[in-house]
Design a protein around this ligand. Structure first.
Ligand SMILES: N[C@@H](CCC(=O)N[C@@H](CS)C(=O)NCC(=O)O)C(=O)O
Length: 321
């Protein structure tokens, strides 16, 4: 019998069906709440520098996305950052990287404490990223796709001067469609390959993944970035999967038609992003590898972390373009 990594998120046909995001609060420039207050009557939390804390794992692609966007927009001093240990124990994400094993701002040892303080009935997986209100110690949101768009659109008053517009209004319809395809086939596609418990579900996800990567490669053959000449959130979203591809997904999740290094357009594109400020310095291959290989016991029961691949290629010079 095949054992699912997440049985509650596995369909009768062996497909991985990701849980919904439980907390969907939004910090909004339109909130009528005053500083220090909770959400207004429309559920909007006030934009307030220094108030919210982003909790991430350096291993997690969904959380990594938020950290890159935060950095590109110059919000590092506005929204603080807490980092969990890449290895979860049976109580979930831990703050063991902090000196006394507690997040210095939230005082919690486990992220699960923060989730429980927000919803004592919460029974799903406790996930990163999570944006936490430091005044009440409650989760505002773990809705990772909306979180980063809100960093771009709601926090403009606190962004660095000259910060890029990562979600330009005229491009939104096309970007939304593209990001949805990237989510389904690539970001979540690698998980659907890795966590499938039937051959058919795996092969369907595998075909979808590589067909989409081929299409993205064609698109990028004539453009510097997915939406043209300027970097957008679509690039951030694709990058966090590409940067994990050879180190983890190719082997651990059986996404092995090709390595990223064997797809020339995507490899050049991913390296270009890696070498762009805001990207490479937020990548931690050690955390990435230890997390995936060390915590998915259903698909890697030994917990052995592969020694490879050789990662020096990420800093290879780029083609003139
Ligand atoms: N919030 C989303 C995505 C975020 C997510 O899956 N994060 C992973 C790390 S990459 C996580 O926190 N997993 C905790 C767990 O599996 O217990 C979800 O619930 O599926």
């Amino acid at each position: 019998m095949t054992v699912a990594q997440f049985s509650q998120e596995t369909s009768g046909r062996g497909e991985f069906v990701r849980q919904a995001n439980r907390f969907t609060g939004r910090v909004s420039a339109a909130s009528t709440s005053r500083p220090g207050e909770g959400p207004d009557d429309q559920g909007r939390w006030p934009v307030e520098p220094g108030r919210y804390r982003l909790i991430w794992s350096r291993a997690c692609p969904w959380a990594h996305r938020a950290v890159i966007v935060r950095r590109l927009l110059g919000l590092d001093d506005v929204i603080s950052l807490g980092t969990v240990d890449p290895i979860r124990d049976e109580r979930g994400w831990r703050f063991t990287l902090d000196s006394d094993g507690r997040d210095p701002v939230l005082g919690a040892e486990f992220l699960a404490e923060v989730y429980r303080a927000t919803d004592s009935e919460y029974a799903g997986r406790v996930t990163v990223p999570a944006l936490v209100d430091t005044l009440t110690g409650r989760v505002v949101t773990n809705d990772y796709p909306q979180l980063t768009l809100d960093f771009s659109t709601e926090w403009t008053a606190f962004q660095a001067e000259g910060a890029p517009d990562l979600y330009p209004e005229p491009l939104r319809p096309e970007m939304d469609e593209l990001m949805s395809e990237i989510f389904t086939d690539v970001n979540n596609g690698v998980y659907k390959c890795g966590f499938a418990t039937s051959q058919e579900a795996y092969e369907t996800a595998y075909r979808g993944l590589f067909a989409r990567l081929d299409a993205l490669s064609d698109r990028l053959a004539t453009r510097r970035y997915l939406m043209g000449d300027a970097l957008t959130e679509a690039d951030v979203r694709l990058f966090t999967t590409l940067v994990r591809f050879d180190a983890v997904y190719h082997n651990h999740f059986k996404c092995n038609r090709n390595k990223l290094t064997e797809m020339p357009v995507l490899w050049e594109y991913a390296r270009r992003l890696f070498q762009t400020p805001g990207f490479g310095e937020t990548v931690d291959f050690d955390h990435i590898k230890r997390h995936y290989y060390g915590t998915h016991d259903a698909i890697n029961p030994s917990g052995i972390v592969p020694a490879g691949p050789d990662l020096r290629g990420w800093m290879l010079p780029l083609a003139d373009r």
